[in-house]
Design a binder for this molecule. Structure first.
Ligand SMILES: [Zn+2]
Ligand SMILES: [Zn+2]
Length: 386
């Protein structure tokens, strides 16, 4: 469905608004017009959540004219979360969330947007600086091909932002916030890091050599918004779209702590980058969500900052400077003498037990948190299998 809402189309003499106005209509028609406008902005808001926008309605000459799409999406975040809750209750009668977890995720979302109260986002500020001072050419802001090129470039850059955020411990200290929930639902998408934006901007700077800031400012927002709806267990399979798009199934794998899930499926809107660069994994065994080393807390500041403290402790533990630096720039699982990303076979054994017992993962983790030892868990696992 394409509804054009650009200033050009609303000023056109033969669109329905101006016809209505020329007839000198009374209150009833004005009311109808207002209702129509509401429907237009509602459908546009919903389409924005899925990147279903046209270049025509989302191209701007100046970066100041770009709407705050993410801010405007707040009611849609809430609306879709309610829809997900209702659908999950109707499907199997069990909600996919617990209230404390949802509140923690929403709080993280609010905290992560706080820097934008005082200044433009860090990514766009640095981008404008490079564009103003270092650009090599100027792609047109109003052409469809430049729009599509920027769509691909932002998504490609996001793949590398995200991959580095997982493969480099210092960046993982920020990104682990997003992975700290042991639930997987739309609220998980809002669980964002306060500090990640202070490193991600670097990856977008090559685009600033040619793509106007206004075009970048549109796509960086839609790319983020697209990633909201894929945080759900309600949608199981998208058919042939699974080949090209990042989908709920692909992103569930990304949030898994099962061995087959670790360091996989970094894509933003498209999954093609993972397929190209060898980081793709299809959904297999039931995914167990959350961090490999659980944090067992809903304390919002602890979730944001605890990993930096841990990094500092590990950094100080080593005497050798190469090991110290390795703690910062190698993967979270790295140890001296191990490959750069560590050995994924060394993930905690209780996770392995959980992977064996499909459908009983949550129960076992709860028992584990209450102090059951591994032998007891194995026993329960065997019983659950019969
Ligand atoms: Zn991630
Ligand atoms: Zn996610």
């Amino acid at each position: 469905m394409t509804v054009r809402v650009s200033p050009d189309s609303s000023n056109s003499p033969d669109n329905r608004y101006s016809i209505t106005l020329r007839r000198g209509i009374g209150g009833l028609k004005a009311h109808t017009m207002a209702q129509f406008m509401d429907v237009v902005s509602l459908t546009k808001g919903i389409r924005s959540m899925f990147y279903m926008v046209t270049p025509n309605e989302s191209s701007f000459e100046n970066v100041e004219d770009v709407p705050p799409y993410v801010q405007q999406a707040t009611p849609f975040f809430m609306g879709l979360m309610v829809v997900e809750l209702v659908v999950s209750l109707l499907k199997d009668g069990t909600p996919l969330a617990c209230v404390s977890d949802v509140v923690t995720s929403v709080s993280a979302g609010i905290i992560s947007r706080m820097p934008t109260l005082f200044a433009r986002g860090f990514e766009i500020t640095t981008y404008i600086y490079v564009w103003d001072n270092l650009r090599l050419l100027e792609l047109p802001w109003d052409s469809a091909w430049a729009w599509w090129l920027a769509f691909l470039a932002v998504d490609f850059s996001y793949y590398w932002v995200h991959r580095f955020a997982h493969e480099m411990n210092l960046l993982w200290a920020a990104h682990q916030v997003h992975h700290s929930s042991e639930y997987y639902n739309l609220s998980t998408a809002l669980r964002q890091s306060l500090t990640q934006q202070f490193s991600s901007w670097v990856f977008y700077l090559p685009m600033a050599l040619a793509v106007p800031p206004s075009v970048f400012a549109v796509h960086i927002q839609f790319n983020l918004l697209y990633q909201f709806w894929i945080h759900t267990e309600v949608i199981r399979d998208m058919g042939p779209l699974e080949w090209v798009l990042n989908t709920p199934s692909h992103h569930r794998v990304h949030h898994g702590r099962n061995e087959y899930c670790i360091d996989k499926n970094y894509g933003g809107a498209l999954i093609i980058w993972d397929r190209l660069f060898g980081t793709f994994a299809p959904e297999g065994d039931k995914v167990v969500y959350g961090l490999v080393h659980k944090i067992n807390t809903f304390e919002i500041l602890h979730i944001q900052f605890h990993y930096y403290k841990y990094l500092w402790r590990r950094f100080n533990r080593y005497k050798n400077i190469f090991n110290k630096l390795g703690v910062l720039w190698k993967g979270p699982s790295w140890k001296p003498g191990k490959p750069r990303l560590g050995d994924h076979a060394e993930v905690p054994e209780e996770q392995w037990v959980n992977c064996l017992v499909q459908g009983h993962n949550y129960i076992l983790f709860t028992l584990s948190a209450q102090g059951f030892d591994l032998a007891t868990l194995r026993l329960l696992a065997q019983r659950s299998n019969h």
